[in-house]
Design a binder for this molecule. Structure first.
Ligand code: APR
Ligand code: PHB
Length: 391
């Protein structure tokens, strides 16, 4: 097989890239190791920055998002049994976020790709990227029990944190920056209307809690739990009881309970691989960087990467200049590190470390009160939350 751009992975990064290239008249082939049902069911975050919404819309993938997505103009910070609303548009000159689950983004992009785009092969596992720094990179892969080779002009590794693309970068050229956190998130999906119409981020002495949603009828809630927690160790009732404690306010707000339809644990990690390019291999999304979920930046970063790549490739085709492709890694990493910084800040602002001292607790509360009391501090949060401009 031969194509212009070989894309490994059909998560949001790979799927959106295939769509952007199709719109620009560039051929691609997507290889995805899992099956379609798996990719469409995987539960992930669901907060789209304004820039992400604009990109999906411009790519012709925004129809259902515009119908079913929920625009949110604020988030609530909850601490010390008090509530503080951050008014996003008022602080950012009009920016907001949209609640639309990543699984839904993937479903929309898969449907479009299968209808109009180039080949998207499920059950096609990339084994290795070869000759990445030469003129003829290729992806060795297994599909339907057979090994095959995809010859490409460019390979984009959109294969997530556990993928193979990153391994093609020689160790001597790789630098990895990493931090793990001594806690994880226990997440539930529940068939109950969200108890608040905007997201609630709660700091509590017992740990962090988050109230989010998937639709007006489905709630998504998270609890900070110790690293290595088994989701099965928590009964539904235990989860609700703990959410109630951590989200409690001094007013008459109440948490509504409903049937839990999914329960899982997400580890928390910050990770960046530099550079994001090696010869004709480009890394995008989780293949190159991971953020802890607190700031909901993972999907939005992946979108930024593939938009940057698609623009750079089209620029080269149209002008003959490889300048933007050469700048890819640096361009992406500037934005990536801002998101890493913000996700780290949000995480340490709201979670209680197992070894937290009374001093740490006071500083955390002081940071929260500073955000609630200073327009400058609050603006800093709102700008990062709604997203930094692309490019
Ligand atoms: N061959 C083919 N496909 C692979 C391989 C491989 N060797 N290894 C992994 N994959 C596939 C995975 O099955 C997955 O579908 O690559 C895809 C990677 O998708 P994601 O993990 O969703 O990563 P990405 O597209 O970068 O999206 C980033 O996902 O993890 C969340 O929070 C993160 O929202 C962010 C987003
Ligand atoms: C989610 O709804 O899954 C979600 C929302 C906000 C976050 C993280 C996850 O910060």
């Amino acid at each position: 097989m031969r194509t212009t751009v070989g894309i490994i992975g059909a998560g949001p990064a790979g799927l959106l890239l295939a769509r952007l290239l199709h719109e620009a008249g560039v051929e691609s082939v997507v290889l995805e190791s899992r099956d379609r049902a798996y990719v469409e069911q995987r539960q992930r975050a669901g907060i789209l920055e304004q820039g992400t919404v604009d990109v999906l819309r411009a790519a012709g993938a925004g129809e259902r998002m515009d119908r079913e997505g929920l625009r949110h103009d604020g988030i609530e910070l909850r601490f010390d049994r008090t509530r503080h609303r951050v008014d996003l548009p008022a602080l950012t000159g009009g920016s907001a976020v949209t609640v639309y689950a990543q699984t839904e983004v993937c479903k929309d992009l898969i449907a479009l790709q299968l209808k109009e785009g180039g080949p998207l092969l499920f059950g096609a596992e990339a084994l290795a990227v070869e000759d990445a720094d030469g003129g003829h990179p290729r992806v060795r892969f297994r599909h339907g029990g057979r090994e095959d080779v995809l010859h490409c002009d460019y390979v984009v590794g959109c294969d997530g944190f556990w993928g193979v693309a990153r391994r093609a970068v020689p160790a001597a050229l790789s630098r990895v920056f990493e931090r793990t956190y001594p806690y994880a998130w226990l997440g539930i999906l529940a068939d109950v209307p969200p108890s608040h119409d905007e997201l609630v981020y709660a700091r509590h002495d017992r740990g962090f809690a988050l109230l989010s949603m998937r639709s007006p009828a489905v709630s998504r809630l998270y609890l900070q739990v110790p690293e290595g927690t088994d989701a099965g160790a928590w009964s539904d009732e235990d989860v609700w009881d703990e959410l109630e404690r951590r989200l409690e306010t001094g007013d008459d707000w109440r948490l509504d309970r409903g049937p839990v339809t999914a329960k899982s644990v997400t580890p928390m990690r910050s990770f960046v691989h530099e550079p994001m390019r090696y010869g004709r291999l480009f890394l995008a999304g989780d293949a190159a960087h991971i953020v802890p979920p607190t700031g909901a930046k993972g999907l939005n970063l992946a979108v930024g990467d593939v938009v940057t790549f698609a623009r750079a490739l089209v620029h080269e085709r149209d002008t003959g200049s490889a300048d933007l492709l050469d700048a890819y890694s640096e361009t992406c990493l500037r934005r990536v590190w801002q998101a890493e910084r913000f996700s780290y800040d949000m995480t340490t602002l709201l979670h209680r470390a197992p070894d937290a001292t009374p001093f740490d607790d006071r500083v955390q509360l002081a940071r929260l009160r500073r955000i609630a009391g200073s327009r400058a501090a609050e603006t800093d949060l709102a700008e990062a939350y709604t997203g930094f401009p692309l490019g």
